[in-house]
Design a protein around this ligand. Structure first.
Ligand code: ZN
Length: 171
């Protein structure tokens, strides 16, 4: 009967479906790997900042101790004492750097939150069209997996002869 698929047609369909599924899985896997890399980089730079803050704090404690000693020796009364002047300047510098580092550390945290919550957007096109889209464009949603092409970025898509859809030119 005409409504039934032949064995060949069925096998053909099944193998196309299988390769589409494999392709989709590969894309998803790549997304996860990309995200992992990103998190690794961010957490590494955060660790570095935390280490630097620790070091500066230790340095600050040492300076405090040195100043305390100077007080004990009653030397601080002499404002012209170059040691105490030097230590006070160091202390101020160190405090400034600590607040700068805390600032950038909290910026990193915001960045991590943004990365974690941002949807993953790719530049995609259909083999059957000449325009490329962001992956959240309604046109992109209609691209069949077997026709889906994914680009590194907009330049990559342009270099391959595609033109930007309005979803990309409007922002
Ligand atoms: Zn579009």
């Amino acid at each position: 009967m005409a409504n039934y698929l032949s064995k060949d047609e069925f096998e053909n369909l099944a193998s196309r479906l299988e390769s589409n599924i494999i392709h989709s899985f590969r894309l998803a896997k790549q997304d996860i790997l990309d995200l992992q890399d990103h998190f690794l980089n961010l957490s590494q730079s955060q660790k570095l900042i935390v280490e630097m803050i620790k070091e500066l704090r230790e340095h600050e404690i040492q300076i405090h101790a040195a100043i305390q000693n100077l007080y004990k020796k009653d030397q601080i009364k002499h404002v012209e004492n170059s040691d105490s002047k030097y230590l006070l300047t160091e202390l101020k510098e160190s405090e400034k750097r600590i607040s700068q580092l805390i600032n950038s550390a909290s910026k990193e945290k915001i960045l991590i939150k943004e990365v974690a919550s941002a949807p993953i957007i790719h530049i995609v096109a259909s083999k059957t069209s000449t325009k490329f889209h962001t992956s959240n464009c309604p046109y992109a949603h209609n691209i069949k997996p077997k026709n889906l092409i994914r680009f590194k970025d907009k330049t990559d898509a342009k270099n391959k002869g595609f033109k930007a859809c309005s979803c990309l030119t409007e922002n």
